[in-house]
Design a binder for this molecule. Sequence first.
Ligand SMILES: *Cc1c(COP(=O)(O)O)cnc(C)c1O
Length: 447
Amino acid sequence: MLKHNLLDWDRTLVWHAFTQMAEYEPFVIERAEGCVLVDIDGNEYIDGVSSLWCNIHGHRHPRIDAAVREQLEQVAHVTNLGASNPTTIRLAKRLVDIAPPGLNHLFFSDDGATAVEVAVKMAFQYWRQCPDPRPEKTCYVALGEAYHGDTIGSVSVGGVERFHAMFRPLLFETLRVPAPDSYRRPPNVAPDELCRHHLAELEKVLAEHHRRIAALVIEPLVQGAAGMIMHPPGYLHGVRELTRKYDTLLIADEVAVGFGRTGKMFACEHEEVVPDLLCLAKGLTGGYLPMAATLATDEIWNAFLGDYSEGKTFYHGHTYGGNPLGAAAALATLDVFEQERTLEKMPAKIARLEEHLARIARLPHVGDVRQRGLIAAVELVQDAATKEPFPWAEKRGQRVCDFARTQGVWLRPLGNVIVIMPPLAITLEQLDKIMEAVEKGIPAATA
Ligand SMILES: *Cc1c(COP(=O)(O)O)cnc(C)c1O
């Protein structure tokens, strides 16, 4: 296979996600080892964004590789529709055991968007067949700038204008409350007032509309695709209390923040919150295979039980849902968390990242640096005093990432926000290299 053929086909045949194909420059990774990616020319890059937020223990981890191979010796695929297999069942038990208490049942699908789609549909159907049915509960509450995936249901609860505005005529009704953004606060709201302010805003919406609200959907602690918007402490806990008070199901979308990213296995644990539905994907298989899970409480599960003729079945499914190869990778990923004591090793890495960010915060055109666990963001602005953004078409974030690539570091920005979200297995030395590339790239890209 000639290299120029590959590049040509990549430019002209492959329609890349979230990519303007008129200007796409191929970036072709042939292999990887640990936290290092190798392209078809043999150039090496530290993976600074975990293969788009899903890799956990590094690429080609021997234990996960072996688990997938062993599963191949058994069976590659078994349908989830009225059938099962031992690996998938074991994974279900393992996830229920580590999830916040009370989430005792789970539905497998294959991506983050489908995990959310499932939760949204379950919530809708729940209110039609729970012991005291409330069929008028058909609309949702979601946060400003929310991102929950790209299928139409998950776009309906999404709120990123640039991605979602185009599709509005196709979407179902969602009430939107402003995101509690620790950097861009409303005028006259002090940092220590932010949580209370936004909970009061939410309560207004719930008080007025709760009779027709099925569920509230939230990315706990950090709104990823929005540009790593970080919520003030206490907000998630307050949202849980308000949703209880107003008979609204809480859907926690931990697709990005789950599996250790924030320093605990699940972000909800930071505020001792148990949602009614919990969506997991990205890190579930360590970044190996597409797999997702939607966990549900007994109360929700019970509402779907009945005689076949009652029609309470959840008529939803995906051909590859619960795929055994994915389940094998997921079980091995959880094993590695224990064997390598991944979470216990995080505080040192989190602290090192914090040191780098403190230095970068002082550079001109850095409006904000923010961090939660091993999720970090550096927001570039035209004017740090007024927070005036750079026009998005200037692609300042991308320019920093382009520079980083010349330094052997791969990053992908969100507009003017540089995202640093390495595999949890990243070493301190690799973290230093990533942050040095960002530090040098900012003056180069904002001059
Ligand atoms: C990535 C993401 C999704 C969508 O997951 P896919 O696997 O890309 O469909 C949903 N919610 C959040 C919070 C995400 O970050």
